[in-house]
Design a binder for this molecule. Structure first.
Ligand SMILES: *[C@@H]1O[C@H](CO)[C@@H](O)[C@H](O)[C@H]1NC(C)=O
Length: 214
């Protein structure tokens, strides 16, 4: 008699503790750590934590890149926290470019749903892999590698990306190199780009020459 009761209790206990592991909706009011956000209390989680409605709308491409990336990463879509995946939408006006960039935290799959996009990445051996993608084509961009997308077509292009991380991160190479306040002389020395060109790029990309030697 005792044994079956114990068995039932342990089943209930096991299933309730398994349920606590089903998800970890990010608590955005707390800081982001190496393991992601802390979990929002399960009693406060609703279906809306698992739904993100921001990818149906075109991003604003009125900027120097003529491009827009709308992320559905953990910071915008806390339901993906802890699950190892996320999404984004990319809009490219005619002539638009997502400049050379990398996602330090995740590999990316890109699916073109409208127009055409010239996309490519550079391996750590500096081999270049690029191709014009058309509606229905998917390309994979391995973790951490530099990559780019350009719309050379005659219509606006739209693509959706999935990432192997809830927070893949985004580092835009030209902004990192020339949109900073590192002294122009140090940027020139460390990039092999001439000082005059570094000055020009800093003025275009929002960099300054206000850093100090330490
Ligand atoms: C798009 O961005 C530009 C530049 O920031 C702004 O002037 C314009 O109002 C925005 N358009 C829309 C539809 O939000």
């Amino acid at each position: 008699m005792i044994l079956p009761i114990f068995f039932i209790f342990s089943l209930i206990f096991a299933s309730s503790s398994a349920a606590a592991q089903d998800f970890c909706v990010g608590d955005l009011s707390r800081s982001y750590g190496p393991a992601g956000y802390s979990c929002k209390s399960p009693s406060k989680v609703t279906v809306n934590d698992f739904v993100f409605s921001g990818l149906g709308k075109a991003g604003n491409t009125s900027n120097i890149f003529k491009a827009s990336v709308t992320p559905a990463f953990a910071a915008q879509f806390p339901g993906v926290n802890g699950l190892g995946l996320s999404m984004a939408r990319m809009d490219l006006a005619v002539g638009g470019v997502v400049p050379m960039h990398s996602h330090p935290g995740g590999s990316k799959l890109l699916l073109v749903v409208q127009g055409s996009i010239l996309a490519g990445f550079i391996s750590s051996n500096n081999a270049v892999y690029y191709k014009t993608l058309y509606k229905g084509d998917t390309m994979v961009f391995p973790l951490g590698l530099l990559h780019f997308q350009i719309n050379l077509g005659e219509t606006a292009a739209v693509a959706f990306a999935t990432f192997s991380s809830p927070s893949p991160g985004l580092q835009i190479t030209s902004l990192s190199l020339f949109g900073n306040n590192l002294l122009t002389e140090l940027v020139a020395k460390t990039t092999f780009v001439g000082k005059a060109e570094v000055e020009r790029l800093k003025s275009v990309l929002g960099g300054t020459n206000s850093g100090v030697f330490v």
